[in-house]
Design a protein around this ligand. Structure first.
Ligand SMILES: N#Cc1c(NC(=O)c2cc(S(=O)(=O)N3CCOCC3)c(Cl)cc2Cl)sc2c1CCN(Cc1ccc(O)cc1)C2
Length: 441
C-alpha cells in the first residue's frame, strides 16, 4: 500500500505525538503476526486473544510501526479503536487511489460470481478481488489495503452475518456497480426472515453510486431506493435471462437474451450459469468484447473449498471451513455452528484438527478453545492432532474423543454420523480433514 507513517497518523487521528516517528512508507498491514515482514504495519485486533499481546512478536519479525489502543514501548499510532482506524484508513485509501469498486453479495454464489466478474474484467483491466473469505468488516478493508498499486478495478465480496453489515461495507467501499446474486434462505436464525435477508442485502445500495443488478425476486422491491438504476435478472421477460442451457458432467453451455454468442463454463449447475450471466453483463457494461467475455468465463479460476454446507451421501449436513486456521476463525465458526438450530432428531458434531504455525503459545491457544465449546449445543466433539491433545486433556468429563491418526478418525466418523446430523470440520489444511469430507459426500 502506498501510505507513509505521518499520512496514516493524520487519517486515523492518532492521539500520540507521531511527529517523532520517521515519516517513511509502510510496506503492508497485517493483523496476523505470522504474516509480518520487514517494513510492515501491525494491526492488533481483538480475536481469540488480544492482538496487543503480539506486538513484540510483530517487531521481532520486522514490523516498523503498529496501531495500538494503549501506550507501548514500540513505535506506534495511538487510537481509541484499532479496527475503526483500520476501516477509516481503507476508506481513505480508496478515495485517494480512486480505484472503482464492483460490489457483490448474495446468500449463495457471491464468491463464484466475484471470481467470474474479476476474470472477465481482467481481460481489459488490472483487476484485484477478495481473497478467500475476506468479505467482512475485517476482510474487506484488508482487501482494499492489499490491492496492488496498479489496480484499475476492485471486485469486493460483501458478506452478511447480521442486519446492517452490508450497509457498513457499502458505505466504506462506495461501489460504482453492485450485484446481488440471490436472496436465499441462509440461516434465518440470525436474520429472522427472508424479508430481513432481502433488506440486509439491499444495504449494498447504501454507498452505491451507480447501477444495481438484482434478481427479479419481488421480495427486494420494498427496499429499492428512489431513483436507483436497477437491472433485474431471472426468468424470460426480465432484462437479463438465460435462453439456452446445456448441462454436461463438468461443464455447462448457455446463451442469454443480451449476448450474441454461447458461453461455456468449467462447472455444472444452472445457478453457475446465472452467476456467469451476471459476470458477462458486468463485462459488457465495461465495454469488454464478447469474445473476451467468452474466453474469460471458459477459463475462470474459481475459489476452491469455500466455507459452505455440503450434503453427505447419508444425508447429513457437513460444514467444512478450510479458511484461516487461526484461533479467532476457529472460535467464530464454532460460535456460528453452535447457534444454528439442529435438524429434527439430529445431533451436532464438531471435528476439530490442529491449527499449525501458532508458535510457542500453540498448546495454550488450543486448550483455550474449551471456553468456546458449548456442550449444551454440541453432542459430540472429535479432536485430531498432537496440539488438539491439549484441548482433549482439559475436557475429560465431556463427550470428547481424541484421535492421533487420520484413518482412525475417519473410521470412527463413518460409523458415527447419522442422516440427520450436522457436522463441522475445521483445522489447518495440512491436517487433511478435507479428505474425510470428500469421502463422506
Ligand atoms: N487470536 C488470535 C490470532 C489470530 N487471529 C487472526 O488472525 C484473526 C482472524 C480472523 S478471521 O476470522 O480469520 N478473518 C479475518 C479475515 O476476514 C475473515 C475473517 C479475525 Cl475476524 C480476526 C483475527 Cl484477530 S492470528 C494469530 C493469533 C494468535 C497467535 N498468532 C501466532 C503467534 C503465536 C505465538 C506467538 O508468540 C506469536 C504469534 C497468530
Amino acid at each position: 500500500m502506498k501510505l507513509t507513517t505521518h499520512e496514516i497518523a493524520q487519517v486515523i487521528n492518532a492521539q500520540n505525538d507521531y511527529t517523532q516517528l520517521p515519516d517513511v512508507p509502510l510496506h503492508k498491514i497485517e493483523f496476523d503476526s505470522r504474516l509480518i515482514e520487514a517494513g510492515d504495519l501491525f494491526l492488533p485486533l481483538q480475536g481469540a486473544r488480544d492482538g496487543h499481546d503480539f506486538i513484540s512478536t510483530a517487531f521481532e519479525k520486522g514490523a516498523q510501526l503498529t496501531f495500538s489502543e494503549k501506550t507501548v514501548p514500540e513505535p506506534h499510532l495511538l487510537v481509541e479503536d484499532n479496527l475503526k482506524a483500520f476501516q477509516k484508513l481503507a476508506k481513505y485509501y480508496l478515495e485517494k487511489t480512486k480505484v472503482p469498486v464492483i460490489a457483490v453479495t448474495g446468500s449463495n454464489g457471491k464468491t463464484t460470481t466475484k471470481d467470474m466478474i474479476a476474470s472477465v474484467l481482467a481481460q481489459d483491466f488490472m483487476t484485484y478481488k477478495t481473497q478467500g473469505n475476506h468479505n467482512n468488516e475485517i476482510g474487506l478493508p484488508y482487501t482494499i489495503l492489499h490491492m496492488p498499486e496498479a489496480t484499475e478495478k476492485l471486485v469486493l465480496e460483501m458478506g452478511m452475518d447480521h442486519p446492517g453489515d452490508i450497509d457498513f461495507l457499502s458505505q466504506l467501499a462506495q461501489p460504482e456497480l453492485a450485484v446481488i446474486t440471490l436472496i436465499g434462505e441462509a440461516h434465518l436464525e440470525f436474520m429472522g426472515s427472508r424479508e430481513n435477508i432481502a433488506k440486509g442485502k439491499m444495504g449494498i445500495t447504501a454507498g452505491l453510486h451507480g447501477e444495481l443488478i438484482a434478481p427479479a425476486d419481488p421480495i427486494i422491491n420494498a427496499y429499492i431506493p428512489e431513483n436507483q438504476k436497477i437491472t433485474r435478472f431471472g426468468v424470460s421477460g426480465e432484462e437479463l435471462y438465460l435462453t439456452k442451457l446445456i448441462e454436461h458432467k463438468d461443464r455447462l453451455t448457455f446463451e442469454t437474451n443480451f449476448l450474441n454468442t454461447e458461453i461455456t463454463i468449467p462447472v455444472p449447475g444452472k445457478y453457475n450459469a446465472t452467476n456467469a450471466m451476471l459476470a458477462a453483463y458486468v463485462g459488457q457494461h465495461y465495454g469488454i468484447s464478447e469474445a473476451k467475455i467468452k474466453s474469460a468465463l471458459e477459463n475462470v479460476n474459481l475459489t476452491r473449498n469455500r466455507t459452505e454446507w455440503k450434503k453427505a451421501k447419508n444425508g447429513a449436513d457437513l460444514l467444512s471451513d478450510v479458511y484461516n486456521a487461526n484461533p479467532t476463525a476457529m472460535r467464530l465458526i464454532l460460535e456460528t455452528f453452535q447457534s444454528i438450530p439442529k435438524n429434527e432428531k439430529g445431533r451436532k458434531i464438531a471435528v476439530l484438527a490442529d491449527m499449525l504455525e501458532l508458535g510457542p503459545t500453540a498448546p495454550e491457544l488450543h486448550k483455550g478453545l474449551l471456553d468456546t465449546l458449548d456442550f449444551t449445543k454440541l453432542d459430540r466433539v472429535y479432536l485430531y492432532g498432537p496440539l488438539m491433545k491439549n484441548l482433549a486433556d482439559s475436557a475429560t468429563d465431556q463427550p470428547v474423543s481424541y484421535f492421533s491418526s487420520l484413518p482412525d478418525l475417519e473410521k470412527a466418523l463413518l460409523e458415527e454420523i447419522e442422516p440427520q446430523d450436522q457436522v463441522l470440520f475445521k483445522g489447518s489444511n495440512s491436517m487433511k480433514l478435507s479428505a474425510i469430507v470428500d469421502k463422506l459426500v
